[in-house]
Design a protein around this ligand. Sequence first.
Ligand code: PLP
Length: 384
Amino acid sequence: MRGDQYLLLPGPTPVPERVVRAMSKPMVNHRGPEFKKLLMDVTDGVKKIYRTKQHVLIYPSSGTGALEAAVVNFISPGDKVLAISIGVFGDRFAKIAAQFGAQIEKIDFPWGQPADPEVIKKRIEQDKNREIKAVLVTHNETSTGVFNDLKTIREQMADHPALFMVDAVSGLGAVDLHMDDWNLDVVVSGSQKAFMIPPGLSLVAFNEKALKVHHENTNPRYYWDVTQGLKYLEKGQNPYTPAISLYYGLDESLRMMLEEGLDNILARHKGYRDMVREAVKEMGLQLLAPDNQASMALTAVKAPEEIGANKIRKYMLEHFNIVLAGGQQKLDNIIFRIGHLGYVRELDLVAVLAALEITLVKMGYHLELGAGIKKAQEIISNRD
Ligand code: PLP
């Protein structure tokens, strides 16, 4: 294949050269002073991305592991849990909690739409006896390219004591999130998205309120136990052998993120989103998510029905070495997803949009070549 692959998935995302180099450093003693400094530095850095002063633990796992860690530490068997789902990952969080014995009440919103805070408010208000122990919400639903308005949803819960638990695996660092200001109790994330490092690390952040709930928690656990995690973190260690190379990578990627500045990163992602959406609209294609809740991390595009999303993705891969994500489950072959988070450049996205136009024309779709690209160029040139 010619040249480097354009990996435009909503994770894993491209890894910067600086990070690759950092990950090639030699191993150190994970109970020694070098690792202690590394662990303390990355934990502090990650807190800045969460905008929190609360606890953060880093696990050697994928994002799903962090979801399970959240469940086994903060939800007890038999707890009533309100699971808000707007897609595949909302469903997954609910399934994990169900596996560990929670009583799940699920509110499903149509795929492609955000959760309606009013609906959640009504359900919470009905819970006069405060039986609901936790509310599960997805920050950025990767399967549909929609983000939820966490701040408003949290506000609608008013003084209800349920823990507010957030899956921010694909959102953190790309879509705004203020853990402390928005009063989010548990927020999990992963390494292979906006953090620009390979898959293999997950993050679990939690506040004092969640920690109190954890102390009463009756779930069996060992690997995920946050009590153990915190105890070892005090010594600058993990309870078990950490993924040291990924820590080196995270240390470097955090340096890059903090050099750029979180607000600038968020603005950059918003710029990608707006450009991709406007360009795709000019091509005459439909988007799955509404403009006001469309993800800054990825864009879900409806393929022309007569072509289907998978043929487009296959052509893009074979002819241009561009990888786009497909639709998951009921969205298979209906949408394709353009990931634009982490280490992505605007002009790479323009190239992808150009390749998309060619692909569509090759497949007999009526399109004036350059329509979307012109829009993208206009958007870029109108920026300060
Ligand atoms: N939650 C969300 C929102 C995700 O996007 C993903 C992965 O794409 C996951 C959870 C699961 O993460 P992982 O595949 O790393 O286990």
